[in-house]
Design a protein. Sequence first.
Length: 216
Amino acid sequence: EAALAQETVEREYRVLAPYGAQPALMQAAMKRFYRMVWRDSQASLEYLALELSRAWETGAWAGTERPPALSSATAGVAAGAAAAKASAPRFGAPAHSRDYAAALLAWTQEWQYERSPEGSDVVNPLSAAMEGRGDCDSRALVLISLLRRENIEGILLISLVHEHALGAFDLPGSGARFPFEDRQWLVAETTAKVDIGLIDQKQSGIADWFAIDFAF
């Protein structure tokens, strides 16, 4: 299934690539690309989203480390229950939306940073989640999928200036926010070990970013 998901990524990248020489169309082309990649893997991440949510609610996973053996099966969450429970405090149930989002963000920040100059340079979200690897855009797409299961809406922020991607979520509390569709979205940096709502000051210019929503 992951191999098929990566084939979709590469196919859609071939559609996207010609627009690199057409700046006026680049944003629209990138929106299409990421929406297609997200849609292809979103349903496949439903079970993982359920398992993580269940582990959080029961206190089996405290959100402070990557659940053991997750790359082999989602049952890894249960396998690491005792260790996670003993080694770290529980943040709360998914009803505490910001805390749960922060826990998932911290988990993605532990993943192996991976880029490939060949092809799309994008790891499909399914492989990213199950194998704990990928770049900023793959991690953000995974977060958007997992939090959507908890009715937490998310968008993908892309900066061509900084060659970077962020997640951003409709969550309460303080922190850096991005305005989009009459809402202020809390940013989530997936490749640096910082709290949700924090962003590198050099990358904080709103004009440097554009948003991609996933309204389907």
